[in-house]
Design a protein around this ligand. Structure first.
Ligand SMILES: [Fe+2]
Length: 226
């Protein structure tokens, strides 16, 4: 009797936990955070491009039935380099410092996405594509403010960070892992990685993100964005 009651209670508790609300900053809150943190304009433009690529892929994957939260993908993309400008001065790990900052601000899910944009933790075998993976991948497709191929971006990373042999090998291993991730992301999609290059034509990223996020909620028709 008590066993049944307890099982019923645990079941209800688990369903409440599963439905617990994920707190994600809105688009305007994310831009406000970038501004309050003093992120320089060129890094903001890089972050916008990363969000653009990540949300584009997230939308397409949702069309194929992947259960992705586009607001989480977008916030992760926009905020992934929130503390990078500090790191250039202090040498801190900016994925970790941004993760801590966002966690302290009450955004634990976004913090987790941002915290993995340099070193991605592998998910369980057979898991659906995660927001962390999309933001990590999108960051490897944006060189400064330009969307490029994975190969071009890794040439750039090697030139900037691969002077020592150990760093060069680490970047080479990352490239191999990222190529595998690229294959996994594009497997369900009806186009290949080169399609993403078309996003370089988007002039107003914020408007595009707004339209994409709104249409994901079903409240706005598709805008002029691709
Ligand atoms: Fe980045």
């Amino acid at each position: 009797m008590f066993g049944e009651l307890e099982r019923g209670f645990r079941g209800r508790l688990n369903s409440v936990r599963k439905k617990s609300v994920v707190r994600i900053p809105s688009l305007s809150d994310a831009y406000r955070l970038l501004c309050e943190e003093g992120v320089p304009p060129h890094i903001v433009r890089h972050c916008e491009k990363v969000a653009l690529v990540a949300v584009f892929l997230g939308r397409e994957l949702r069309h194929q039935g992947e259960p992705l939260d586009l607001a989480l993908v977008c916030a992760g993309g926009l905020l992934h380099d929130l503390t990078k400008h500090h790191s250039l001065r202090t040498g801190e790990n900016h994925a970790e410092s941004a993760r801590r900052k966002l966690f302290d601000l009450g955004y634990p899910e976004v913090a987790e996405v941002v915290g993995q944009h340099i070193f991605l933790k592998p998910g369980p075998p057979g898991h659906p594509i995660r927001a962390e993976e999309l933001v990590y991948y999108a960051d490897k497709r944006v060189r400064h403010e330009e969307i490029v191929s994975l190969e071009e971006r890794f040439v750039d990373l090697r030139e900037r960070y691969g002077r020592r042999t150990s760093s060069w090998v680490r970047i080479w291993r990352l490239e191999e892992l990222t190529k595998l991730l690229e294959r996994r992301i594009f497997k369900p999609l009806p186009f290949g990685p080169e399609k993403v290059l078309e996003l370089n034509r988007v002039e107003d990223v914020k408007t595009c993100l707004t339209a994409w996020l709104s249409s994901a909620e079903g409240t706005l028709p598709k805008g002029k964005c691709p």
